[in-house]
Design a protein around this ligand. Structure first.
Ligand code: FES
Length: 578
């Protein structure tokens, strides 16, 4: 055993470094796992926070990845201890995994703070696991590093590549339009998801992994190495070594996730055509860290960044292709002066060090600033009397001709109303109409599901219509596309103007000037709002976490965190357990 002074060098020393009754209890029960006495000699204790679950297929290989992190931790002289955290399977959970992002964040925060951990490795990947884990870790602020699941191998169907989600939306509309036999649709299912890993389009999982790498919160290439590539295990091993060094150097999450890191993340998000979901996740994470970040920042910071990465849903290729083309370091190198490459990273190096040796091996997948995929990318933040708290859209995934558009609203009061009437031959709708969906915000659904890319009416699909302007208080999958206006705030359930839009009202989208307007007089709007009454109200959840959530969730323009979770409480716990 080391002496008492050595043992108390790190936070875990308060638990394992005591030569008294409490120290006996803390060490003795851990020894039941077969740990020898000398691992309690004051070495860094590394928590490996694992969202492995067979109910989250995108994270189902993370037990194996954790073993490789442990190798690196042991080798560097640390003590690795793996612990589970609630997993959130995007394709499995109802009513939406987003409802539980903040619950995961609470669990991660308290698990880190309550345990004798000096640093933490976050293992996640499926959409909400990455932000949920980071938010929780940020409120404790220990040295923290991420290893992501990594993307699946490219999907394959009848000799061609198909992309997670993106081709589901396309195939589904093709079936409804009578262009694809149902048997073919069913056959595509097995070829789409054919390996471990996350969606291999630039969906939310890939976006959040890229954001993590751009912020310097992982080792280089974390975002793109395929889940089943041996190099992901190598990266996990090296991450284990790195977190031990981070603890010794006391490099905390807040020292890496600075305002400069968020700005880099937003610009990289634009260059890769990232998911709109990153907006709520980054706002929530910034809120935990006390970094000033506003909805407007997404529009302002991404205005000068073109789309450089040709990936679905904004382009053609998939994550495997992006990795072979050079991965995110090559993208960041191509961005040149658009990034602050002096920003620090977890390893102690700057982004400059990380991109110095990067090369682009496929100029079709990663373009140069002089030959981008599209000139306009990033996030448009819309304002107007229909969305006083803002709304977002993704221009790279929209139809350019619809970005300046005026049309009559076809209103659906709820998701059930949409499903009941969207294919009704009697629905009064044409290709110039604007579809409006209410009741799908954070409080209304509850949980703000990914239903904003609502299906087009079957009778218009049959006429060959491929896109329409759609407006809602919902989110949409990062794999989805279209001229879709999302995150309208305040949401309908909270009494925002969206609640009083009626079928037949004229709405104008002016993308160039970033406005979204309900074309009725102020007096009419105020009269309608005065008459409006909440249909169900937050009280519809009478108990448990969902009641807590609906009573405290912030609107989309604030990141949908729970109001009492904003900020942090640090790592200190004053009292002993016995
Ligand atoms: Fe898990 Fe897409 S469903 S990453």
């Amino acid at each position: 055993m080391g002496n008492d002074r050595q043992r108390k060098r790190f936070r875990s020393g308060d638990t394992y470094g005591k030569l008294d009754r409490d120290g006996f209890i803390h060490r003795s029960w851990m020894k039941s796992e077969g740990l020898p006495d000398d691992v309690f000699d004051g070495r860094p204790v590394i928590g490996i926070c694992n969202t492995w679950s067979e109910l989250t297929p995108c994270n189902a290989h993370l037990r194996d990845i954790a073993e490789h992190v442990k190798r690196g931790v042991w080798e560097a002289g640390g003590l690795p201890l793996e612990f589970p955290a609630m997993s959130l399977g995007e394709t499995q959970m109802r009513p939406t995994a987003m409802l539980f992002r903040n619950l995961l964040a609470m669990e991660v925060e308290e698990s880190i703070r309550g345990n004798p951990i000096d640093g933490v490795v976050l293992l996640g990947g499926c959409d909400k696991t990455t932000p949920g884990q980071l938010m929780g870790a940020a409120s404790v602020d220990l040295p923290t590093i991420v290893v992501s699941s990594g993307p699946m191998l490219n999907g394959k169907f009848r000799g061609r590549n198909i992309g997670s989600g993106t081709d589901v939306w396309k195939f589904s509309e093709a079936v409804r339009a009578g262009e694809m036999p149902l048997a073919d649709f069913m056959a595509a299912e097995s070829g789409m998801s054919r390996s471990s890993g996350t969606c291999m389009t630039m969906g939310t999982a890939s976006t959040m992994a890229a954001v993590v790498e751009a912020m310097g919160l992982s080792l280089p290439l974390n975002a793109t190495i395929p889940a089943v590539d041996a190099r992901r295990r190598t990266l996990a091993h090296e991450t284990g070594r790195t977190i031990v060094r981070m603890v010794r150097e006391d490099r905390r999450l807040s020292q890496v996730a600075t305002r400069a890191a968020f700005e880099n993340a937003i610009r990289v998000h634009a260059a890769i055509g990232g998911s709109t979901n990153a907006v709520v996740h980054l706002l929530a994470l910034a809120g935990r860290l006390g970094v000033k970040l506003s909805l407007e920042d997404f529009d302002t910071l991404s205005r000068t960044v073109p789309l450089l990465v040709d990936l679905q849903p904004s382009g053609r290729y998939l994550m495997e292709d992006l990795h072979y083309a050079g991965g995110l370091p090559a993208v960041m190198k191509a961005m040149g002066s658009l990034l602050d490459i002096d920003a620090p990273t977890v390893s102690g190096a700057t982004l400059r060090d990380q991109v110095a040796d990067a090369s682009c091996f496929d100029a079709e997948v990663i373009r140069s600033l002089s030959a981008p995929v599209k000139a306009s990318s990033g996030i448009w933040v819309l304002r107007g009397n229909l969305c006083p708290g803002g709304a977002v859209m993704k221009p790279s995934a929209a139809t350019q001709s619809l970005c300046q558009h005026r049309g009559r609203a076809v209103v659906f009061e709820s998701i059930e109303d949409l499903h009941a009437r969207i294919d009704d031959p009697a629905l009064e709708v044409d290709e110039n109409s604007i579809l409006v969906l209410k009741g799908c915000g954070p409080k209304g659904y509850p949980g703000m599901p990914e239903v904003g890319n609502m299906p087009l009416p079957a009778k218009l699909l049959a006429k060959g219509v491929k896109d329409m302007v759609r407006i809602s208080d919902a989110r949409m999958s990062g794999t989805a596309f279209g001229t879709v206006i999302l995150h309208v705030a305040p949401e309908a359930e909270a009494g925002g103007p969206l609640a009083v839009v009626r079928s037949g009202d004229e709405i104008e989208l002016d993308g160039a000037n970033r406005t979204l307007s309900l074309l009725i007089s102020n007096a009419d709007l105020e009269a309608r709002l005065a008459d409006w009454r909440a249909s169900r109200g937050p009280a519809s959840a009478t108990r448990g976490y969902v009641k807590l959530y609906t009573e405290h969730v912030l609107q989309a323009d604030k990141g949908c965190d729970l109001d009492f979770l904003v900020g942090g409480s640090g790592a200190d716990v004053a009292r002993e357990s016995h």
